[in-house]
Design a binder for this molecule. Sequence first.
Ligand code: DOR
Ligand code: ZN
Length: 434
Amino acid sequence: MPEPKLLLRGARVVDPASGRDEVADVRVERGRITAVGAGLDPAGAEVMDCDGLVLAPGLVDLHTHLREPGFDHKETIETGTRAAALGGFTAVAPMANTDPVTDNAAVVHEVRDLGAQAGLCDVFPVGAITKGLEGESLAEIGEMVAAGVRVFSDDGRCVPSARVLRNALTYARAFEDVVLAEHCEDASLAEGGQMHEGYHSYSLGLRGQPSEAEEIVVARDLAVARLTGGRIHLCHLSSARSVELVRRAKAEGIRVTAEVTPHHLTFTDDDLVTYDTNFKVNPPLRTADDRDGLRAGVADGTIDVIATDHAPHAVEEKEAEFDGSPPGTIGLETALAAVLTELVEPGIVPLARVIDAMSPLPARILGAAGHGGPIEPGRPANLVVFDPAAEWTVEVPFASRSRNSAFLGRTLRGRVVHTVLRGALTVANGKPTR
Ligand code: DOR
Ligand code: ZN
């Protein structure tokens, strides 16, 4: 695709990496930002009028399931990265629970190459911690680090023993900037659990999994991180007490970062009363107190990152009865709008903190050097432009191959207008360009 000169004119530029929050023009040439300021010369450039819009560093999703290889009836790297671009993302980190599992360098290269072929979003594969996600022997972490992987996770499953986690963290410490991302779930408590254990699980007659299933592993992992001095990232926290554990661990100096999803920031177990399987996610949606604790964690920075856990599943899989349907909601196309609607509009979290949680911080954890800003001359032009006031109702079709969205039918405020990947528009005026 040709990369025209672009002049993004008159947007509110919100750039947490430089602290900038002001109306300015941004000029882009040959894939890079060449000027930021007022009244820039439009000569030779395609001018995009961004009056009333927000311009920010392109979003970075630290937790995505793109399903390829192995499950392309749910999603492919092409459909998933198109959904990502539409959601304002310029980089995504697909999890390793594919078939084959991303537990060696060959699969890392395959996933990254498919991402490059699609050209819609930079793809930074997450490597497995253990071979085949079996929780026993370590995956080929060294060769995957050599192939550029910085984040390792058995997501979908929890590392089952403190001993294995200790070995992995100790091994990973040898590499600068490598982080292990944990799906915190004690199998002995969570097994068979269809939703949060509490009033609603009893009244709906569904087997529950208590918050403690998560909190026990959060506490264990923080202790193992202390023991080893390794870096741990806690995926998709769902419980207010988990946030409190992280808050204390950070105060103590343990090397921990944490993440939450837009759906856990929006919904509660109350939403399951219709038995809609799109609300069946793992970890489960919990109580309003939990959701509020997660929101407070984002506001004060205890939770560093907002990540989608985009988890596509085919219609016939999600239409199975509740007990048999797989957990997950898609999220790439709704993440920014959901967070703007639930956190920014009501004044719970400032816009700059939300952008920080969706771009610079995940970019840093991922080692995605060209992403996350700052929006300054010389930097790669990975950008999102969105309309913070646009209202829209979430409905099919999605760019994703799947449609299992917990947000279906919901009216959200905030819509992506343009996404720029290394100077090229992947989305223009709300539509994919390819
Ligand atoms: O809801 C979820 N879906 N949670 C996970 O941890 C895994 C994911 C998936 O792969 O479908
Ligand atoms: Zn997970």
